[in-house]
Design a protein around this ligand. Structure first.
Ligand code: AP5
Length: 214
């Protein structure tokens, strides 16, 4: 099963993709995480992407398309994948279609996580992750079970993203409304577009997703 998750910054795409990965045995492919790994590694792609990401703009389509195409070819994607943060523009959606056709693959579900813009700002402001294993948390909605200690690996160091500041979040939201929302009609025409209420609690959103995926 291959699926696409849509939602503005902070909608819960990453949170839900990690859960679906565990329950459905399909791999989360987050283009944001991939780009951040390139930035951390100091690669040429990472150097090009860093400044663009910090301002909240979208990185050029050609960089993303090549990156996702080679990732889908990896062995761990053979049972299915969750596209988290891709496609984000019409050219990316069209390239995805042609690359999947070439690979003999298809998209089974396209799910939009709907949230209010105000809620998303609160979510992003409170988000942090374990510096060791990357497990995601929130100051209010998803605290570690023991204060200051990662549930998954016991790590005690946490980080916050460089683009989780008011200016970049505003630009990310604008990019979502201007460049990503318009591609919903592309998937509606294909009869693939579905929705969940992202304002519900994290577990309730997962239940809605599981109901759609069967
Ligand atoms: P990316 O990393 O994809 O960021 P984003 O789309 O802005 O999404 P986020 O990761 O911020 O949010 P999320 O929906 O995953 O929310 P989360 O689950 O963490 O992209 C970053 C940048 O990379 C882009 O700006 C761009 O520059 C570049 N990029 C990436 N892909 C690209 C592409 N295809 N083309 C061009 N450029 C690209 O949840 C947020 C917080 O809320 C968490 O703390 C969580 O615990 C909490 N939370 C989640 N769900 C709930 C809930 N239901 N109730 C309460 N709290 C909740």
């Amino acid at each position: 099963m291959n699926l696409i998750l849509f939602g503005p910054p902070g909608a819960g795409k990453g949170t839900q993709a990690k859960r679906l990965q565990e329950t459905h045995g399909i791999v989360q492919l987050s283009t944001g995480d991939m780009l951040r790994a390139e930035v951390d590694s100091g690669s040429e792609l990472g150097l090009r992407a860093k400044e663009i990401m910090e301002t909240g703009q979208l990185v050029p389509d050609d960089m993303i398309i090549a990156m996702i195409s080679s990732r889908i070819d990896q062995e761990d994607c053979k049972d299915g994948f969750i596209l988290d943060g891709f496609p984000r523009t019409k050219p990316q959606a069209e390239s995805l279609d042609s690359m999947l056709t070439e690979k003999g693959l298809d998209i089974d579900h396209v799910i939009e996580i709907k949230v209010d813009d105000d809620a998303m700002i609160k979510r992003i402001a409170g988000r942090f992750s374990c510096a060791v294993c990357g497990a995601g948390y929130h100051d209010e909605f998803q605290k570690p079970e023991k204060d200051g200690i990662c549930n998954q690996c016991g790590g005690t160091e946490f980080t916050r993203r460089a683009d989780d500041n008011a200016e970049a979040v505003t630009a990310r939201l604008q990019a979502y409304h201007d460049q990503t929302s318009p591609i919903f009609s592309y998937y509606k025409e294909k009869g693939l577009m579905e929705k969940v209420d992202g304002m519900a609690k994290i577990d309730a959103v997962t239940e809605q997703m599981n109901a759609l995926l069967g």
